[in-house]
Design a protein around this ligand. Sequence first.
Ligand SMILES: Nc1ncnc2c1ncn2[C@@H]1O[C@H](COP(=O)(O)OP(=O)(O)OP(=O)(O)O)[C@@H](O)[C@H]1O
Length: 254
Amino acid sequence: MIKLVGVEKTLGKQAVLRGVDLTIPTGKLTTIIGRSGEGKSVLLKHIIGLMQPDRGEVWIDGTDIARLKGQALNEVRKKFAMLFQGAALFDSLTVFENVAFPLREKLRLKGDTVTRRVEEKLEQVGLKGMGHKFPAELSGGMRKRAGLARALVMEPEIILFDEPTTGLDPLMAKAIHDLIVAMQQQFGFTAVMVSHEIPEIFGISDYVAMLKNGRIAEMAPSSEFVKTTDEEIREFIFVGGTVTAKGLPTAPRS
Ligand SMILES: Nc1ncnc2c1ncn2[C@@H]1O[C@H](COP(=O)(O)OP(=O)(O)OP(=O)(O)O)[C@@H](O)[C@H]1O
């Protein structure tokens, strides 16, 4: 379980996180929403230990990583993979080498073992036979798939997705959402996603949390979340009534 307690973070002169309390259930897909610049990416960075809070606790399965450093922090971070906004592929490496990279660098695997694991992941994300291509030769959606394959190849317990569909057309975005859900159900990792894809995320997330004014204003199963009576949250998620027009929400997956 991931649990943040009273997390505060000031960056420059801005108090970005002002007491975040959030419990993220294991083996589910939780999506964090909120206005631009609210601190969603900063929050993800606290969860994975890339940033440390000024105050508060960040519990990852019984370890508070808020003040952990060096080897102890690295041990906990082995549980994680992160899919960054731009997929963060190495442009000079082929798709195959990009996906193989963590296996070779972190697990020191070689030869057939690497080939087998990489090809299996490429197939799972729909990139079978594409391993020889370079990132520049791929469409935006294919780059996201390659990034997802690289995240999955380490078989992490937790995957963080920072706006995984940014820059994609609606059909491609849906394909990536569907793939994330399919992979999450198949492998059972804990998924934490930051997204602006409203209303779509209500149809795919088990839980939705909203960051507002540096705190979690609401956290609930998606189907409950949309029943919120908080006017500001309603305004944000029912932008001009379009969400209701599209007939959301669907029930969260059991
Ligand atoms: N390393 C940093 N140093 C200083 N300020 C930062 C740093 N990282 C983020 N910030 C600031 O913290 C605030 C929150 O940024 P963050 O990227 O988390 O927002 P966000 O909610 O993810 O936004 P968006 O939805 O637009 O991606 C912003 O004002 C940003 O400028």
